[in-house]
Design a protein around this ligand. Sequence first.
Ligand code: XUL
Ligand code: CO
Length: 436
Amino acid sequence: MSAFPEIERIPYEGPESKNPLAFKHYKEDEVIAGKTMKDHFRFSIAYWHTFRGAGSDPFGPGTMDRPWEGSVDDVENAKNRARVAFEFIEKIGAPFYCFHDRDVAPEGATLKESHANLDAIVDVFLEEQERTGIKLLWGTANLFSNPRFMHGAATSCNADAFAYAAAQVKKMIEVTQRLGGENYVFWGGREGYQTLLNTDMKRELDHLAKFMHMAVDYAKEIGFTGQFLFEPKPKEPTKHQYDFDSAACINFLRTYGLEDHVKMNLETNHATLAGHEMMHEMEFCASQGFLGSVDANTGDLLLGWDTDQFPTNIYLTTQTMLVLLRHGGLAPGGLNFDAKVRRESFEPVDLFHAHIGGMDAFARGLKIAAKIQEEGELDSIIKDRYSSWDTGVGQEIEAGKHNLKSLESYMLEKGEIEPNKSGRQEMLENLINRYI
Ligand code: XUL
Ligand code: CO
């Protein structure tokens, strides 16, 4: 039985369409800058928000109307929900989905029971993947909701919490492998601290590294070849998270010898919370060879927390796509909508509006970014800005032909530097707006 009987597969109707249930820009097989839109974005649906988000907030319970949900959260209900999820993903036309172990199946009374519940849903996922061709972008384990993880998981002061988390990750790597998942994500739900007064920071960081090494080793042992990803977030739920931003994460990975095994999963709203633009996080990761995948969403400037809204700002998607075009895309990563509808948008159809908006915003961003890239004005302005490095002393420094002594001699003879050129920020902002 269909959960969305009035909704067909969302069609592409073009920019002039006024149909709210149609794409205006996202056309999966349209080729832009040498690749189809489908391959540029590798859009993924986040199971936890779209199929488990109830709309609760600290001031009240859930508001969502989800007629397919039964009154008991048992395996049968979870199986039915899994079928509904695939109907939705198929109708919206996304090629991928992502989930945490505890999003998809109820936690049992014992770990053994939880494993069995999960397996029952994975059987359904396999059938549905086969039927629809939809694939798993990444799997992950929820190591933050259960009260046993109140002090964290890999960084808990309680060694048994570490062990329990390790058991969950082992199982989820197996599940991700069984489903052909292309990546595995670590987001440190409570891997941080509330107060340093009770925290042995060095010991916790060492444990986190040990935990990730165990995962990498186990993947190798069973032949799981998916990409491991580390997702930065500076705070929330803890006051300070160890995976603060990509600079902190990459430093951690290099310190503990994990740099060859793990890349980054960057989330827009997390970048904002860390005081960065998403473009900064993406450019930094790309420059260091760590750009893995993106959790696409946006925050609200007036609300200082992780509001996980759907991205609708064309300026943001243009910036994101500019970086992705420059650095050759994301695969095997993708753009996962780690985003939820507002508490007031409680009807099932709102899930469609939200994803259509996000996919269209990215499609427009891609078209604009591809045009900017193709015409080359921006690139040539950046190239020209660094032209002093292409000849003379600049070229020699880059080639390793100088030291402090030789540069002193050079400057003593020359006397003063070549005049600086304007940064032209305003002109460049106008240039971007011209394309938008
Ligand atoms: C939380 C968050 C997570 C991760 C996966 O802010 O982004 O949903 O993406 O655990
Ligand atoms: Co995320």
